[in-house]
Design a binder for this molecule. Sequence first.
Ligand code: ZN
Length: 343
Amino acid sequence: MTWLVQPSLVNEPFADPGAFIDFRFGRRALLFDLGDLTPLSPRQLLRVTHCFVSHTHMDHFAGFDRLLRVCLHRATPLHLIGPTGFADHVEHKLKSYTLNLLGEQSVDFAIVASEFNGVGFDRVCKFRAREAFRRRDIPAARLSPGVLVEEDEFRIDGALLDHGIPCLAVAFQEKLRVNVWSEGLRQLGLPVGPWLRAAKSAVRQGAPDESQISINSDLSMPLGILRQHALRIARGQKIAYVVDIAYHDQNIEKVIALAHDADHLFIEAPFLEMDADIAAQTRHLTARQAGEIARRADVARLVTFHFSARYRNREDELRDEAAASFDAGRDTRERVRSDQRIS
Ligand SMILES: [Zn+2]
């Protein structure tokens, strides 16, 4: 089965947190957090359609400038989603520049900043390059509670967590993984073509077997036949991203609900349990706590990161502590080191 997206950390685990979610097909990517983006090429950044900013502490937001600079001359909008108050931060970033060179002749690039309150959007603001990024309030999309983005192939859920300030955690959920089986296509005598997209979309939307899929102007085929002989259907992948949260029941319950059964959980593990008091003061997790949450959420793979610089020479201790807590009572899990690409 081919995966829809490939997630990887943007930086090594002691540097700014962030994950790049690259689509296997199509020129598209998502970003979780907006810290230092140096390792990402302009080509990669130009693919980003949506960026989810957990909160606007500098290590999660200082990459805004680079992303803006790279995207300023593209025609497709950049969607930024953050917690309550986020649109003000975006506006202030934009206001820090001298923008007299922007005007009606500029490429029609727009930033859409949405503020998520844990259930829905409080405010959505649009900033167009042609209007020198003057702020305009626009209506929010009507989505189910807790949903940040809903598209044909995937959905992104959000939860607002407590880090002393509201902090956004997100989960990417592919709806269904639908792949084409070329041998099956050949046996049915069907050509590869744009119709396959419609067939996949019909499967994801739960269309009945008798639905007719148009292959070309002369030929159509019931979806059930295609489903049986030419398409391979599996559960979609799920990727959750959680940073900067205090360890208390309310946060833990929200993370477990959000990340439940994820293929990958990216979760912060800044401190060792021996420094749990510092973690509590700064409203962060320890590695043991991160592992415990991952175990309780029943995720397949744990990826820890956002390590405190105080452990620069003790990286293995952070990893081992999280792994021991994650594996406690179960030994079948696959662990992935946070410095590895995941496929
Ligand atoms: Zn942080």
